[in-house]
Design a protein around this ligand. Structure first.
Ligand code: ADP
Ligand code: MG
Ligand code: MG
Ligand code: MG
Ligand code: MG
Length: 623
């Protein structure tokens, strides 16, 4: 185990003794939450905000990023694996000048990583630019805290993470060439680059123990003219980039958005509808063309992060075993959960195992508690609970199920899915039911990140406004969309399954459309979501602000113009831009290899665009 404030974490074998109790306690804790909050409406949770004609939506973002050091001497870019100092500086400022700090900072898996959120959620409709403003203030502030020479790298992956020469990080107390890997047993990753909060090493080693071997991540390599991978322990298969540690996935950066719903039923509707468009956002935000110093034949982090935390036992991974589970605990959702009639049973067409025992327990307990929990929700619990707890603290094994939600959150927060239904965070919470949107990859500029966050907000707003917008297609088609979303240049080259009769319930009419067609229409087939969104937005603005209150239409149009440029190929995705940068680099030998100095120049170019010091036609200001 690893020592934290709540004592040691339990090694996986030890945790098995408690897992059944922890799982049942988690269900009881959820039912207590459900009992208390099932009828709560959003209006009750926003009493302190004045609203007249429209309901504001509380929502917020999360931005993950890498802290790097561009070492001019060696021309090797380095991650900065110990950024405690940064947390201390932010904390100090938050205490001394809280007005000046408009964000919260939390640690991430990588010791060199940060996650920021706005200090207060956004809520109004007439100032979409609050988001780019908040992001850019956040960036400036963080830059001002950084030690000299360090920079924030906003993009999904640190390109040479795991490079065999191990020059990409610096541990002050390390001995020569020493490689510590007790936690991961990785050939590539040194334990000391993982965050030292006990949760992170425990996750890493317990995933490995449950799996009965270290994780096995294989990404198809991009075959260039001179690509010739020599087989070795580091490259067991010449067609794939091999990675063997959680850091390769959890060390990548994404952006997420979380939205308050009107009530539980509405949160469930948002969950389903947003899950259907989540692979489209993955394709649009693709920013991961390089892994472990090699060009990949895919553009996104999704499969890598799924494999990096794949804790399934050998049986659970074996398709011919009765215990087979088709996906890692990090992946797309496998069931729709809405309680609306138009969530037709045939949409849940994925064969996927459930924890029947927990479902029975939830049925019995809810009856005992006088709750009517519907079968769709029970199935959602059965879906979450096919997983075991991974991190248990010795002093937190027994908690008061009436007051705490720890054991429920344990399972909930390690089901890393495309969307997440978030119950109120605690029994005495003032926050209601929320839905989180989780597939987007981190972009280079604040404006791009803001545009995608705002686009997700616009969709949520449409689902607030109109009950008739219906994206349902069979969930297996959504999974095929995920497969397509990761492909190189998916944004312009792939077609995605999409429902075109979006204003009807009942049977879907499904077409295969490009992203540009989905958003901007295809003649005779589909009008495009932009047209619909634009109409709704305009009438909403008219209604709320009257004829002179159309200011925000301009921000709305700015978001869509950007989406138009991206989906038409007029502006490159981050992934495409990185590929082109590498291919035109004088040191690139058309062999798929990202040398340290190519990575150095790449990161210098990216951070310079992020900071607004270099202009690039693909990343011009949006707002
Ligand atoms: P997690 O890591 O569990 O997803 P975070 O705390 O990192 O959660 O992020 C939660 C997000 O939800 C933040 O962007 C925050 O601004 C936002 N948020 C806070 N309060 C509310 C609320 N009442 N409704 C919706 N979103 C909220
Ligand atoms: Mg977070
Ligand atoms: Mg988190
Ligand atoms: Mg995070
Ligand atoms: Mg989150």
């Amino acid at each position: 185990g690893y020592l934290g404030n709540d004592g040691q974490t339990l090694a996986f074998e030890e945790s098995l003794k408690y897992k059944d109790q922890i799982k049942r306690d988690g269900i009881i804790q959820f039912l207590n939450l459900y009992k208390k909050f099932k009828n709560i409406t959003y209006k009750e949770t926003i009493k302190n905000i004045v609203y007249e004609k429209y309901l504001p939506i509380h929502w917020g973002d999360e931005v993950e990023a890498h802290i790097v050091f561009l070492d001019k001497e060696s021309k090797v870019p380095k991650i900065v694996p110990d950024i405690h100092y940064l947390f201390q500086r932010v904390q100090q400022d938050q205490q001394e000048e809280p007005e000046d700090v408009n964000f919260k900072l939390v640690p991430e898996y990588g010791g060199w990583m940060i996650e920021t959120t706005p200090s207060n959620p956004y809520y109004t409709i007439n100032n979409l630019c609050a988001v780019p403003t908040n992001l850019s203030e956040r960036s400036h502030k963080i830059n001002s805290y950084l030690n000299s020479g360090q920079k924030v790298l906003y993009t999904s992956t640190f390109p040479i993470l795991g490079q065999i020469d191990q020059k990409y990080y610096y541990i002050p107390q390390a001995q020569n060439n020493e490689h510590l890997n007790q936690v991961t047993q990785s050939l590539f990753i040194d334990d000391r680059i993982i965050s030292d909060h006990p949760r992170f090493p425990t996750l890493s080693s317990n995933i490995r123990t449950r799996r009965q071997e270290k994780v096995n991540i294989r990404v198809p390599i991009f075959k260039d003219k001179q690509t010739n991978i020599e087989v070795s322990q580091y490259n067991p298969d010449p067609d794939f980039i091999y990675m063997d540690a959680m850091a390769f996935g959890m060390g990548s950066s994404c952006i997420q958005t979380t939205f308050s719903a009107k009530n539980l039923s509405h949160a469930r509707r948002l969950y389903d509808q947003m899950s259907i468009i989540s692979p489209l956002f993955l394709a649009m935000t693709a920013s991961s063309p390089i892994f472990r110093g090699k060009l990949a034949a895919i553009d996104t982090r999704w499969d890598v992060i799924a494999a990096s935390v794949d804790c399934r036992s050998p049986e659970e991974r074996n398709p011919s075993s009765s215990k087979y589970i088709p996906k890692s605990r990090y992946d797309s959702i496998s069931f729709y959960i809405s309680d609306e009639k138009r969530n037709l049973p045939q949409y849940n067409d994925l064969k996927f195992p459930l924890n029947e025992e927990i479902m029975n327990f939830a049925r019995e307990k809810s009856k005992e508690m006088g709750l009517e929990l519907d079968e769709n929700y029970i199935r959602h619990l059965g879906f979450l609970y096919i997983r075991d707890p991974l991190v248990l603290f010795e002093k937190k094994l027994n908690v008061d199920n009436e007051k705490e939600t720890l054991h429920f959150e344990n399972i909930q927060s390690t089901n890393w899915n495309s969307v997440r239904l978030k119950p109120p965070p605690s029994m005495d919470s003032k926050i209601g039911w929320r839905t989180e949107f989780r597939t987007m990859e981190c972009q280079i500029t604040n404006d791009e990140n803001a545009a995608f966050m705002l686009l997700s907000h616009i969709f949520v707003r449409l689902f607030y406004q109109s009950d008739s917008l219906n994206f349902y297609i069979p969930i297996t088609k959504v999974d095929i969309n995920f497969q397509r979303a990761k492909q190189v240049d998916a944004i312009t080259t792939q077609k995605f399954f999409f429902r075109t009769n979006i204003h009807e319930d009942g049977e879907p009419i499904i077409e295969e459309l490009t992203l540009h067609e989905i958003f901007f229409g295809k003649s005779q087939v589909f009008d495009g979501l932009y047209q619909y969104a634009s109409q709704v937005w305009e009438s909403m603005m008219q209604e709320i602000f009257g004829s002179n209150g159309n200011n925000d239409k301009t921000e709305f149009e700015k978001v869509w113009n950007f989406i138009r440029q991206r989906t038409s190929g007029q502006k490159f995705t981050v992934a495409r831009w990185i590929r082109n940068f590498v291919k035109s680099h004088p040191e690139y030998k058309q062999d798929s290899e990202i040398t340290n100095s190519i990575a150095y120049d790449l990161i210098e170019a990216i951070t310079s665009i992020s900071e607004g010091k270099t202009q690039d036609p693909n990343f011009t200001p949006i707002f």
